[in-house]
Design a binder for this molecule. Structure first.
Ligand SMILES: Nc1ncnc2c1ncn2[C@@H]1O[C@H](COP(=O)(O)OP(=O)(O)OP(=O)(O)O)[C@@H](O)[C@H]1O
Length: 250
């Protein structure tokens, strides 16, 4: 059973690669307008979950809906904008041209809309005049901000950002977080992250996945309280290491 009133609903999702079960009976919902975090240790199944929600992986068991549509259909009608973990801009194009390129795809021939997207992308990226430089000259943090701007400027119903701050220095990560936080309420944003402080700061709700299974879902504060810990990092350790998958559903 699926509840279509959620931005994203994932119900009894199981994904196997060959004989290997990567996601096992995963259920959670994302409310409209929230920043939702998928967290878990390396190999837990975060990227696989995001790729399924983004409509890229199409074979799975269970039910996944994005505003009531199958992800692949939601993607076709432009509800979804996705930034993969290993995304990169076109190095030979300027930041501006990168935004233009993506805006053209999403605006489907509507030039005014394309311009609006690019203007919005410039604001979100906040790169100043460097937006007119080739992306090859950008630092890693600048490239990431460009990619996030590219993902968010099209006002998707659901923006999916896979590890948006991984491998960034402190200052760049802060800027990226501020960018995402600034978009709260405009799009529903689903991110994956390893950084518990970041998740506590950014996310309204989270799902914690370990070895493909949900071990906790709810507001970060609720999970901290239920695990009788001081912060999400301690809760994470308790749930993924010390409790060794006993599970807790908030
Ligand atoms: N195309 C694939 N074929 C086979 N196995 C895969 C494939 N994609 C992912 N896996 C496996 O599925 C499991 C979950 O991978 P996934 O990338 O979803 O984890 P993750 O939580 O995002 O990890 P990380 O934090 O390291 O990015 C891993 O064991 C991975 O090796």
């Amino acid at each position: 059973m699926t509840n279509d009133s959620f931005a994203v609903s994932v119900t009894k999702l199981t994904k196997k690669f060959g004989d290997k079960v990567v996601l096992d009976d995963v259920t959670f919902e994302v409310k409209e307008g929230e920043v939702f975090g998928i967290i878990g240790p390396n190999g837990a199944g975060k990227t696989t979950t995001l790729r399924i929600i983004a409509g890229i992986i199409r074979k799975y068991e269970g039910e996944v809906r994005v505003y009531g549509l199958k992800p692949v259909d939601a993607r076709k009608v432009g509800y979804i904008s996705y930034m993969p973990e290993d995304a990169f801009p076109y190095d030979n194009l300027t930041g501006y041209e990168n935004l233009e390129f993506y805006a053209k795809i999403y605006s489907k021939g509507d030039k005014a809309k394309a311009r609006e997207y690019v203007e919005r992308g410039i604001t979100i990226a906040n790169l100043g005049d460097r937006i007119y430089d080739r992306a090859s000259s950008y630092s890693r943090g600048m490239k990431r901000r460009l990619l996030i701007a590219r993902t968010l400027m099209v006002k998707p119903k659901v923006a999916i950002l896979d590890e948006p701050t991984t491998a960034l220095d402190v200052e760049s990560a802060i800027k990226v977080r501020e960018t995402i936080r600034g978009m709260r309420g405009e799009s529903t944003i689903v991110i994956s992250s390893h950084n518990m402080l970041e998740v506590e700061y950014l996310c309204d709700s989270i799902v914690l996945i370990n070895h493909g299974r949900v071990v906790a879902v709810g507001r970060p504060k609720e999970i901290v309280e239920l695990t009788k810990t001081n912060n999400l990092e301690e809760a994470f350790i308790k749930l993924t290491v010390k409790e060794n998958d006993k599970g807790l559903i908030a």
